[in-house]
Design a protein around this ligand. Sequence first.
Ligand code: HEM
Length: 147
Amino acid sequence: MTGWLGGAYPWVKAAHVIFVIFWMAGLFMLPRYLAYQSATAPGSAEDRLWVERVGRLKRIILTPGLIVTWVLGLMLATSYGLTHAYWLHAKILMVLLLSGYHGWGAATARKMAAGARPYSEKTLRLLNEVPSVFVIVIVILVVVKPF
Ligand code: HEM
């Protein structure tokens, strides 16, 4: 079942899960940071501090987490074999949607760094819960492989 990765398959899978954890940590932190920033006056010293913190979060955790999770995930998927692995098709669809959520977060951070306040603090706190729904579905798909 290991395919072209051979004996490296479990090592790549371990690295995949490690970067998944980093990416999810970043996805849980970003809307919370934006919620705090949304309570500050645009251009104020506190606002600039949050712009810096969000920038570091994106550069050091979120973007590397997304990219390495995808690269290792696709290595595993091509090694595991995509044919008839319907759980994997469903998983990739869910991860594409989660990557869309990541894109929304990054775009919102850019708008807020430019002084906009597109969402209320309450809305941002609500949107903070979205990744947890995805994580539950994705982990059940990959561990249980229900179909
Ligand atoms: C980016 C696209 C992704 C692809 C193509 C992908 C693909 C895969 C594949 C093929 C495996 C190996 C399955 C096995 O050997 O049983 C795997 C393992 C795993 N993936 Fe992903 N994955 C992706 C993203 C994610 C994300 C976002 C999460 C969590 C939110 C995740 C969680 C896991 C877990 C927990 C395992 C280990 C499952 C086990 O050992 O039973 N993956 N992934």
